[in-house]
Design a protein around this ligand. Structure first.
Ligand SMILES: [Zn+2]
Ligand SMILES: [Zn+2]
Length: 227
């Protein structure tokens, strides 16, 4: 099989694995070439924090300890790739320059993760109206809508300045920025997943979780492409 990398534009051949050859489901082509893939830092629970997958944290990381001590929150977060130069450049291209085609760069990885983790309800961290209008699309929705049946549950209020322009301290102190926009009543045991693009301090996810808890949802898991 031959594919073209959505990131660098190079063509690459793709060798099917034995599992894929015998698989009954259709084969998802890869949108990222082996060279670009080689620049990714794969995360897993045995290589990082058990609550959020933060790399290079042998035990529970300082961010997760902070949430537990301050708010009695035990994180249940998973992520695929460590935040490094490649991921930084990718998000600059995708979000800042608005290259919407890059939404599918990690589609295969996200589909594989979704097949191994089951939820009753999946929602996402939305862009604020101002950001969405300026960019022309919602980057998190665009990245995950082919993977999950996304239910829009959260509304983000336009903030004073974007998270990316804030330092760590300012991010931790950001007040609640989400409200819930559903009239539906879900059973409290509903297993919910919130997806986001990048997990930095965990503040955004915490606010989203708080907003969902306010409508009675308690079994909440979170996921981001990068951590
Ligand atoms: Zn490439
Ligand atoms: Zn952690």
């Amino acid at each position: 099989m031959s594919d073209r990398c959505l990131y660098c534009g190079n063509y690459f051949s793709y060798n099917l694995t034995i599992k894929e050859i015998f698989s009954l489901t259709s084969i998802q082509q890869d949108n990222i070439c082996p060279f670009c893939r080689g620049q990714l830092l794969n995360l897993s629970v045995d290589k990082g924090c058990s609550r959020c997958f933060k790399p290079e944290s042998r035990t529970i990381c300082a961010d997760c300890r902070f949430w537990e001590e301050k708010y009695n929150i035990i994180n249940c977060h998973q992520a695929l790739f460590g935040y490094n130069q490649f991921i930084h450049n990718y998000f600059r291209q995708y979000k800042r320059y608005g290259d919407i085609l890059l939404a599918d760069l990690f589609l295969k990885d996200l589909l594989i993760w979704s097949q191994n983790h089951k939820f009753d309800l999946v929602t996402y961290i939305p862009a604020s109206k101002g950001h969405k209008d300026a960019r022309g699309f919602d980057p998190v929705w665009e990245m995950y809508h082919k993977v999950f049946d996304l239910k829009p549950l959260l509304l983000k209020i336009d903030a004073d300045k974007p998270q990316a322009q804030k330092n760590r301290d300012e991010r931790l102190k950001t007040p609640q920025t989400f409200s819930c926009i559903t009239d539906e009543v879900y059973p409290s045991q509903t297993r919910v997943l919130i997806v986001d693009d990048i997990y930095t301090t965990g503040r955004t996810i915490l606010h989203a979780k708080t907003a969902l808890k306010a409508i009675g949802l308690n079994d909440i898991y979170t996921f981001s492409l990068s951590r």
